[in-house]
Design a protein around this ligand. Structure first.
Ligand code: S3P
Length: 427
Protein backbone atom coordinates (compact mmCIF):
# COMPACT_ATOMS: atom_id res chain seq x y z
CA UNK A 1 0.00 0.00 0.00
CA UNK A 2 1.25 3.45 -0.88
CA UNK A 3 -0.20 6.42 0.99
CA UNK A 4 -0.81 9.69 -0.87
CA UNK A 5 -1.43 12.83 1.22
CA UNK A 6 -2.50 16.32 0.13
CA UNK A 7 0.36 18.60 -0.88
CA UNK A 8 0.53 22.27 0.12
CA UNK A 9 2.57 23.84 -2.63
CA UNK A 10 4.18 22.85 -5.91
CA UNK A 11 6.72 24.85 -7.89
CA UNK A 12 10.09 25.00 -9.62
CA UNK A 13 11.64 23.77 -12.80
CA UNK A 14 11.98 20.25 -14.20
CA UNK A 15 12.92 18.39 -17.33
CA UNK A 16 11.76 14.90 -18.18
CA UNK A 17 12.98 11.58 -19.58
CA UNK A 18 12.49 10.98 -23.29
CA UNK A 19 9.16 10.36 -24.95
CA UNK A 20 8.18 6.69 -24.85
CA UNK A 21 6.72 6.51 -28.36
CA UNK A 22 9.79 8.18 -29.84
CA UNK A 23 12.20 6.04 -27.80
CA UNK A 24 10.72 2.82 -29.24
CA UNK A 25 10.85 4.15 -32.78
CA UNK A 26 14.41 5.45 -32.51
CA UNK A 27 15.63 1.97 -31.54
CA UNK A 28 13.65 0.33 -34.33
CA UNK A 29 14.68 2.68 -37.12
CA UNK A 30 18.31 2.94 -35.97
CA UNK A 31 18.58 -0.86 -36.04
CA UNK A 32 17.33 -0.93 -39.65
CA UNK A 33 19.46 2.01 -40.74
CA UNK A 34 22.72 1.92 -42.63
CA UNK A 35 25.41 3.30 -40.32
CA UNK A 36 25.50 4.29 -36.67
CA UNK A 37 22.86 6.32 -34.86
CA UNK A 38 23.20 8.35 -31.68
CA UNK A 39 20.22 9.18 -29.49
CA UNK A 40 20.21 11.27 -26.32
CA UNK A 41 17.56 11.19 -23.60
CA UNK A 42 16.31 7.67 -24.34
CA UNK A 43 13.56 6.64 -21.93
CA UNK A 44 14.86 3.94 -19.60
CA UNK A 45 11.63 2.20 -18.63
CA UNK A 46 10.22 -1.33 -18.68
CA UNK A 47 8.44 -0.81 -22.01
CA UNK A 48 11.15 0.96 -24.00
CA UNK A 49 13.75 -1.56 -22.76
CA UNK A 50 11.65 -4.39 -24.17
CA UNK A 51 12.10 -2.94 -27.68
CA UNK A 52 15.82 -2.43 -27.09
CA UNK A 53 16.31 -6.01 -25.84
CA UNK A 54 14.38 -7.42 -28.80
CA UNK A 55 16.73 -5.77 -31.29
CA UNK A 56 19.76 -6.90 -29.30
CA UNK A 57 18.39 -10.44 -29.61
CA UNK A 58 18.24 -9.91 -33.36
CA UNK A 59 21.96 -9.11 -33.45
CA UNK A 60 21.94 -5.32 -33.13
CA UNK A 61 24.75 -3.81 -31.04
CA UNK A 62 23.37 -1.11 -28.78
CA UNK A 63 25.59 0.74 -26.30
CA UNK A 64 23.84 2.60 -23.53
CA UNK A 65 25.68 5.18 -21.41
CA UNK A 66 23.25 6.69 -18.92
CA UNK A 67 20.32 7.51 -21.16
CA UNK A 68 22.32 7.98 -24.35
CA UNK A 69 22.38 5.29 -27.02
CA UNK A 70 24.75 4.35 -29.80
CA UNK A 71 23.11 1.91 -32.18
CA UNK A 72 25.02 0.13 -34.96
CA UNK A 73 22.46 -0.15 -37.72
CA UNK A 74 22.64 -3.21 -39.98
CA UNK A 75 20.32 -2.10 -42.75
CA UNK A 76 16.86 -3.33 -43.73
CA UNK A 77 18.13 -6.89 -44.29
CA UNK A 78 20.63 -7.10 -41.43
CA UNK A 79 18.57 -8.54 -38.57
CA UNK A 80 19.55 -12.02 -37.34
CA UNK A 81 17.25 -14.90 -36.40
CA UNK A 82 16.51 -14.54 -32.68
CA UNK A 83 17.61 -17.69 -30.80
CA UNK A 84 14.82 -17.41 -28.27
CA UNK A 85 11.33 -15.87 -28.18
CA UNK A 86 11.22 -12.09 -28.18
CA UNK A 87 9.65 -11.11 -24.86
CA UNK A 88 7.54 -7.95 -25.07
CA UNK A 89 6.68 -7.72 -21.35
CA UNK A 90 3.60 -5.52 -21.12
CA UNK A 91 4.53 -3.27 -24.01
CA UNK A 92 1.83 -3.00 -26.68
CA UNK A 93 3.90 -0.57 -28.73
CA UNK A 94 6.89 -2.96 -28.79
CA UNK A 95 4.72 -5.91 -29.82
CA UNK A 96 2.75 -4.17 -32.56
CA UNK A 97 5.62 -2.23 -34.12
CA UNK A 98 8.00 -5.19 -34.02
CA UNK A 99 5.37 -7.37 -35.71
CA UNK A 100 5.48 -4.86 -38.57
CA UNK A 101 9.26 -5.35 -38.86
CA UNK A 102 9.13 -9.13 -38.48
CA UNK A 103 6.59 -9.29 -41.30
CA UNK A 104 9.44 -8.28 -43.61
CA UNK A 105 12.04 -10.80 -42.33
CA UNK A 106 12.69 -14.10 -44.02
CA UNK A 107 13.03 -15.92 -40.69
CA UNK A 108 10.61 -17.26 -38.13
CA UNK A 109 10.29 -15.52 -34.77
CA UNK A 110 8.11 -15.98 -31.69
CA UNK A 111 6.69 -13.04 -29.77
CA UNK A 112 5.61 -13.46 -26.14
CA UNK A 113 4.35 -11.07 -23.48
CA UNK A 114 3.18 -10.89 -19.88
CA UNK A 115 -0.36 -11.80 -18.78
CA UNK A 116 -1.72 -8.32 -19.42
CA UNK A 117 -0.27 -7.98 -22.93
CA UNK A 118 -1.37 -11.53 -23.76
CA UNK A 119 -4.95 -10.36 -23.32
CA UNK A 120 -4.66 -7.33 -25.59
CA UNK A 121 -5.88 -7.57 -29.19
CA UNK A 122 -3.29 -8.17 -31.91
CA UNK A 123 -5.64 -8.96 -34.80
CA UNK A 124 -5.72 -5.26 -35.65
CA UNK A 125 -2.06 -5.71 -36.68
CA UNK A 126 -1.87 -9.36 -37.73
CA UNK A 127 -4.81 -9.03 -40.14
CA UNK A 128 -3.24 -6.33 -42.37
CA UNK A 129 0.22 -7.95 -42.07
CA UNK A 130 -1.25 -11.27 -43.25
CA UNK A 131 -2.82 -9.41 -46.17
CA UNK A 132 0.70 -8.23 -47.04
CA UNK A 133 1.89 -11.85 -47.07
CA UNK A 134 3.27 -12.55 -43.59
CA UNK A 135 2.49 -15.96 -42.07
CA UNK A 136 1.29 -15.46 -38.52
CA UNK A 137 -0.06 -18.04 -36.08
CA UNK A 138 -1.37 -17.64 -32.57
CA UNK A 139 -4.41 -18.03 -30.31
CA UNK A 140 -7.82 -17.07 -31.68
CA UNK A 141 -6.68 -16.67 -35.24
CA UNK A 142 -3.57 -14.69 -34.28
CA UNK A 143 -5.42 -12.22 -32.07
CA UNK A 144 -3.29 -12.89 -28.98
CA UNK A 145 0.32 -13.47 -27.97
CA UNK A 146 2.24 -15.74 -28.16
CA UNK A 147 2.52 -15.29 -31.90
CA UNK A 148 4.76 -17.01 -34.42
CA UNK A 149 5.56 -14.91 -37.44
CA UNK A 150 7.43 -15.68 -40.61
CA UNK A 151 7.76 -12.94 -43.17
CA UNK A 152 9.42 -12.35 -46.46
CA UNK A 153 8.83 -10.33 -49.56
CA UNK A 154 5.61 -8.47 -48.92
CA UNK A 155 2.86 -7.20 -51.17
CA UNK A 156 1.91 -3.55 -50.76
CA UNK A 157 -1.66 -2.96 -49.58
CA UNK A 158 -4.12 -0.12 -49.39
CA UNK A 159 -5.64 -0.37 -45.93
CA UNK A 160 -8.43 1.52 -44.21
CA UNK A 161 -7.71 1.38 -40.47
CA UNK A 162 -10.82 0.24 -38.59
CA UNK A 163 -9.52 1.93 -35.39
CA UNK A 164 -7.65 5.18 -34.88
CA UNK A 165 -4.39 3.61 -33.73
CA UNK A 166 -0.89 4.93 -34.29
CA UNK A 167 0.49 1.53 -33.37
CA UNK A 168 -1.39 -0.19 -36.18
CA UNK A 169 -0.64 2.59 -38.68
CA UNK A 170 3.05 2.33 -37.75
CA UNK A 171 3.20 -1.45 -38.03
CA UNK A 172 1.83 -1.31 -41.59
CA UNK A 173 4.09 1.58 -42.64
CA UNK A 174 7.15 -0.23 -41.25
CA UNK A 175 6.15 -3.42 -43.06
CA UNK A 176 5.70 -1.22 -46.14
CA UNK A 177 9.48 -0.72 -46.18
CA UNK A 178 9.70 -4.40 -47.14
CA UNK A 179 6.94 -4.37 -49.76
CA UNK A 180 7.47 -3.80 -53.45
CA UNK A 181 5.70 -0.60 -54.40
CA UNK A 182 3.34 1.75 -52.58
CA UNK A 183 1.70 0.85 -49.28
CA UNK A 184 -1.19 3.13 -48.29
CA UNK A 185 -2.75 3.44 -44.83
CA UNK A 186 -5.88 5.51 -44.37
CA UNK A 187 -6.75 6.62 -40.82
CA UNK A 188 -10.30 7.26 -39.58
CA UNK A 189 -9.01 10.09 -37.36
CA UNK A 190 -5.53 11.63 -37.17
CA UNK A 191 -3.35 9.81 -34.62
CA UNK A 192 0.21 10.45 -33.40
CA UNK A 193 2.60 10.74 -36.35
CA UNK A 194 6.01 9.99 -34.80
CA UNK A 195 6.68 7.10 -37.18
CA UNK A 196 6.12 9.30 -40.22
CA UNK A 197 8.25 12.16 -38.85
CA UNK A 198 11.07 9.90 -37.74
CA UNK A 199 11.11 7.95 -41.00
CA UNK A 200 11.73 11.33 -42.65
CA UNK A 201 14.56 12.04 -40.21
CA UNK A 202 16.15 8.72 -41.26
CA UNK A 203 15.85 9.76 -44.92
CA UNK A 204 12.75 7.73 -45.82
CA UNK A 205 10.00 9.48 -47.70
CA UNK A 206 6.43 9.13 -46.41
CA UNK A 207 3.69 11.00 -48.23
CA UNK A 208 0.91 12.45 -46.07
CA UNK A 209 -2.30 13.84 -47.47
CA UNK A 210 -4.85 14.39 -44.74
CA UNK A 211 -5.75 10.95 -43.44
CA UNK A 212 -3.79 9.09 -46.12
CA UNK A 213 -0.21 7.90 -45.54
CA UNK A 214 1.91 6.41 -48.32
CA UNK A 215 5.28 4.71 -48.21
CA UNK A 216 7.34 3.16 -51.00
CA UNK A 217 9.17 -0.06 -50.22
CA UNK A 218 12.93 -0.53 -50.47
CA UNK A 219 13.87 2.92 -49.19
CA UNK A 220 16.95 2.63 -46.99
CA UNK A 221 16.99 4.42 -43.62
CA UNK A 222 20.31 6.16 -42.81
CA UNK A 223 21.83 6.63 -39.32
CA UNK A 224 20.97 9.81 -37.42
CA UNK A 225 21.86 11.90 -34.38
CA UNK A 226 18.88 12.98 -32.35
CA UNK A 227 17.86 14.20 -28.91
CA UNK A 228 14.55 12.70 -27.77
CA UNK A 229 12.23 15.38 -26.33
CA UNK A 230 10.70 14.92 -22.86
CA UNK A 231 7.56 12.81 -22.72
CA UNK A 232 4.43 14.97 -22.83
CA UNK A 233 2.38 12.10 -21.37
CA UNK A 234 4.65 12.09 -18.31
CA UNK A 235 4.62 15.90 -18.22
CA UNK A 236 0.82 15.81 -18.17
CA UNK A 237 0.85 14.50 -14.58
CA UNK A 238 2.71 17.60 -13.42
CA UNK A 239 0.73 19.95 -15.69
CA UNK A 240 -2.47 18.74 -14.05
CA UNK A 241 -0.98 18.93 -10.55
CA UNK A 242 0.25 22.49 -11.12
CA UNK A 243 -3.21 23.42 -12.40
CA UNK A 244 -4.94 22.01 -9.33
CA UNK A 245 -2.58 22.91 -6.45
CA UNK A 246 -3.20 26.41 -4.98
CA UNK A 247 -0.61 29.01 -6.07
CA UNK A 248 1.45 26.38 -7.93
CA UNK A 249 3.87 27.63 -10.57
CA UNK A 250 5.86 25.15 -12.64
CA UNK A 251 8.23 25.27 -15.59
CA UNK A 252 8.78 22.08 -17.58
CA UNK A 253 11.68 22.26 -20.00
CA UNK A 254 12.21 20.47 -23.30
CA UNK A 255 8.86 18.68 -23.58
CA UNK A 256 7.74 17.14 -26.88
CA UNK A 257 5.07 19.33 -28.49
CA UNK A 258 4.22 17.30 -31.56
CA UNK A 259 0.76 18.61 -32.59
CA UNK A 260 -0.61 15.05 -32.62
CA UNK A 261 0.21 14.78 -28.90
CA UNK A 262 -0.73 18.20 -27.49
CA UNK A 263 -4.47 17.53 -27.18
CA UNK A 264 -4.19 17.59 -23.40
CA UNK A 265 -2.77 21.14 -23.43
CA UNK A 266 -5.46 22.40 -25.80
CA UNK A 267 -8.32 20.85 -23.82
CA UNK A 268 -6.96 22.09 -20.49
CA UNK A 269 -6.51 25.60 -21.90
CA UNK A 270 -10.12 25.46 -23.09
CA UNK A 271 -11.11 24.50 -19.54
CA UNK A 272 -9.37 27.64 -18.29
CA UNK A 273 -5.94 26.26 -17.33
CA UNK A 274 -3.07 28.74 -17.36
CA UNK A 275 -0.61 26.88 -19.56
CA UNK A 276 1.84 28.74 -21.74
CA UNK A 277 4.33 27.41 -24.21
CA UNK A 278 7.30 29.68 -23.74
CA UNK A 279 9.76 28.44 -26.35
CA UNK A 280 9.17 26.15 -29.26
CA UNK A 281 11.87 24.53 -31.40
CA UNK A 282 12.48 21.53 -33.63
CA UNK A 283 9.43 22.14 -35.82
CA UNK A 284 10.98 20.32 -38.80
CA UNK A 285 11.25 16.96 -37.00
CA UNK A 286 9.71 16.67 -33.54
CA UNK A 287 8.68 20.02 -32.03
CA UNK A 288 9.55 20.57 -28.37
CA UNK A 289 9.58 23.45 -25.93
CA UNK A 290 9.16 24.75 -22.41
CA UNK A 291 5.78 24.79 -20.72
CA UNK A 292 4.81 27.15 -17.92
CA UNK A 293 1.82 26.18 -15.77
CA UNK A 294 0.07 28.15 -13.03
CA UNK A 295 -2.75 27.16 -10.72
CA UNK A 296 -6.17 28.06 -12.10
CA UNK A 297 -9.90 27.41 -11.85
CA UNK A 298 -11.31 24.99 -14.42
CA UNK A 299 -14.66 24.82 -16.20
CA UNK A 300 -16.25 21.75 -17.78
CA UNK A 301 -15.85 21.06 -21.48
CA UNK A 302 -16.87 18.72 -24.27
CA UNK A 303 -14.06 16.55 -25.64
CA UNK A 304 -14.99 15.30 -29.10
CA UNK A 305 -14.20 11.90 -30.61
CA UNK A 306 -11.72 13.48 -33.09
CA UNK A 307 -9.67 14.89 -30.22
CA UNK A 308 -9.31 11.57 -28.41
CA UNK A 309 -6.33 10.08 -30.32
CA UNK A 310 -4.44 13.33 -29.65
CA UNK A 311 -4.71 12.76 -25.88
CA UNK A 312 -5.48 9.05 -25.62
CA UNK A 313 -2.95 8.37 -22.83
CA UNK A 314 -3.96 11.51 -20.91
CA UNK A 315 -7.66 10.57 -20.64
CA UNK A 316 -7.27 9.28 -17.06
CA UNK A 317 -5.79 12.65 -16.05
CA UNK A 318 -8.50 14.49 -17.94
CA UNK A 319 -11.13 12.55 -15.99
CA UNK A 320 -9.39 13.76 -12.82
CA UNK A 321 -9.54 17.35 -14.11
CA UNK A 322 -13.25 16.99 -14.86
CA UNK A 323 -13.81 16.32 -11.14
CA UNK A 324 -12.38 19.76 -10.31
CA UNK A 325 -14.13 21.76 -13.05
CA UNK A 326 -17.21 23.92 -12.69
CA UNK A 327 -20.10 22.21 -14.51
CA UNK A 328 -20.09 19.10 -16.66
CA UNK A 329 -17.24 17.55 -18.63
CA UNK A 330 -18.17 15.08 -21.39
CA UNK A 331 -15.52 12.99 -23.10
CA UNK A 332 -16.80 11.24 -26.23
CA UNK A 333 -15.36 8.28 -28.13
CA UNK A 334 -13.23 6.77 -25.37
CA UNK A 335 -13.89 3.11 -26.36
CA UNK A 336 -10.21 2.40 -27.16
CA UNK A 337 -9.42 2.87 -23.45
CA UNK A 338 -10.88 -0.60 -22.91
CA UNK A 339 -7.86 -2.10 -24.74
CA UNK A 340 -5.04 -0.46 -22.79
CA UNK A 341 -3.02 -2.12 -19.98
CA UNK A 342 -6.35 -2.41 -18.18
CA UNK A 343 -9.83 -1.23 -19.13
CA UNK A 344 -9.08 2.39 -18.22
CA UNK A 345 -12.75 3.40 -18.30
CA UNK A 346 -13.43 0.86 -15.59
CA UNK A 347 -10.27 1.60 -13.58
CA UNK A 348 -10.82 5.36 -13.54
CA UNK A 349 -14.58 5.36 -13.03
CA UNK A 350 -14.30 2.80 -10.20
CA UNK A 351 -11.48 4.67 -8.45
CA UNK A 352 -12.90 8.17 -8.83
CA UNK A 353 -16.30 6.99 -7.59
CA UNK A 354 -14.59 5.53 -4.53
CA UNK A 355 -13.19 9.01 -3.85
CA UNK A 356 -16.69 10.46 -4.10
CA UNK A 357 -16.71 11.74 -7.68
CA UNK A 358 -19.84 12.05 -9.79
CA UNK A 359 -18.56 10.22 -12.87
CA UNK A 360 -20.38 7.83 -15.15
CA UNK A 361 -20.08 6.20 -18.51
CA UNK A 362 -22.78 6.05 -21.17
CA UNK A 363 -21.64 3.73 -23.99
CA UNK A 364 -18.26 5.24 -24.90
CA UNK A 365 -18.84 8.68 -23.41
CA UNK A 366 -17.59 9.60 -19.94
CA UNK A 367 -19.68 12.21 -18.09
CA UNK A 368 -18.32 13.99 -15.03
CA UNK A 369 -20.13 16.52 -12.85
CA UNK A 370 -17.39 18.64 -11.38
CA UNK A 371 -16.72 20.35 -8.07
CA UNK A 372 -18.19 17.57 -5.95
CA UNK A 373 -15.91 17.34 -2.87
CA UNK A 374 -13.63 14.27 -2.98
CA UNK A 375 -12.06 12.48 -0.04
CA UNK A 376 -9.19 9.99 0.21
CA UNK A 377 -10.03 6.29 0.18
CA UNK A 378 -8.38 3.06 -0.92
CA UNK A 379 -7.96 2.81 -4.69
CA UNK A 380 -6.27 0.44 -7.13
CA UNK A 381 -3.77 0.85 -9.94
CA UNK A 382 -5.42 -2.10 -11.72
CA UNK A 383 -1.74 -2.83 -12.56
CA UNK A 384 -1.85 0.11 -14.97
CA UNK A 385 0.82 2.83 -14.87
CA UNK A 386 -1.43 5.65 -16.06
CA UNK A 387 -4.23 4.79 -13.64
CA UNK A 388 -1.65 4.65 -10.82
CA UNK A 389 -0.12 8.07 -11.62
CA UNK A 390 -3.58 9.63 -11.96
CA UNK A 391 -4.40 8.33 -8.48
CA UNK A 392 -1.24 9.90 -7.06
CA UNK A 393 -2.22 13.19 -8.74
CA UNK A 394 -5.78 13.19 -7.44
CA UNK A 395 -4.72 11.95 -3.98
CA UNK A 396 -2.35 14.93 -3.76
CA UNK A 397 -5.15 17.48 -4.15
CA UNK A 398 -7.99 16.05 -2.05
CA UNK A 399 -8.50 15.84 1.68
CA UNK A 400 -7.60 12.73 3.67
CA UNK A 401 -5.28 9.92 2.66
CA UNK A 402 -5.54 7.97 -0.56
CA UNK A 403 -4.20 4.43 -0.29
CA UNK A 404 -2.94 3.04 -3.60
CA UNK A 405 -2.33 -0.72 -3.79
CA UNK A 406 0.60 -0.70 -6.20
CA UNK A 407 3.05 1.78 -7.66
CA UNK A 408 5.50 -0.67 -9.28
CA UNK A 409 3.55 -0.56 -12.54
CA UNK A 410 4.65 3.09 -12.96
CA UNK A 411 8.07 1.76 -14.05
CA UNK A 412 6.43 0.82 -17.32
CA UNK A 413 6.68 4.36 -18.60
CA UNK A 414 8.07 6.65 -15.91
CA UNK A 415 10.43 5.16 -13.29
CA UNK A 416 11.52 8.68 -12.25
CA UNK A 417 7.97 9.83 -11.48
CA UNK A 418 8.38 10.03 -7.68
CA UNK A 419 11.92 11.45 -7.79
CA UNK A 420 10.80 14.32 -10.01
CA UNK A 421 7.61 14.84 -8.02
CA UNK A 422 9.66 15.12 -4.81
CA UNK A 423 11.70 17.94 -6.41
CA UNK A 424 8.69 20.18 -6.93
CA UNK A 425 6.48 19.40 -3.93
CA UNK A 426 6.90 21.69 -0.96
CA UNK A 427 5.17 20.65 2.24
C1 S3P B 1 1.31 4.59 -29.00
C2 S3P B 1 0.04 4.74 -29.49
C3 S3P B 1 -1.16 4.71 -28.64
C4 S3P B 1 -0.83 4.94 -27.18
C5 S3P B 1 0.34 4.14 -26.73
C6 S3P B 1 1.57 4.46 -27.56
C7 S3P B 1 2.42 4.59 -29.94
O1 S3P B 1 -1.79 3.45 -28.78
O2 S3P B 1 -1.94 4.67 -26.38
O3 S3P B 1 0.64 4.42 -25.37
O4 S3P B 1 3.59 4.76 -29.52
O5 S3P B 1 2.17 4.44 -31.15
P1 S3P B 1 -2.83 3.20 -30.00
O6 S3P B 1 -2.18 3.72 -31.20
O7 S3P B 1 -3.04 1.72 -30.10
O8 S3P B 1 -4.06 3.94 -29.59
Amino acid sequence: MFAVSPIKYLGGEISLPGDKSISHRIVILSSLAEGDSYAENFLISDDSLRTLEAFRKMGIEINMKKNNLKIKGKGLRGLEVPREPLYMGGSGTSARLILGILAGQKFKAILTGDDSLSQRPMKRVTLPLRKMGAKIDGPEDANFLPLTIEGGDLKPIKYNLPVASAQVKSAILLAGLYAQGKTEVIEPIISRDHTERLLKLFGVEVEKEGLVNRIWGGQKPRGIEFRIPGDISSAANFIVLATLVKKAHLLIRGVGLNPTRTGIIEVLQRMGAKIEIVVKKGEDIEPYGDIEVKNSELRGTLVKREEVPLLIDELPLLMVCGCFAEGVTRIEGVGELRFKETDRINSMVTNLQRLGADIDVERDTVVIKGNVPLRGNSVSSFSDHRTAMSMVVVGSVISGQTMLDDIKCINKSFPEFFTILAKIVKG
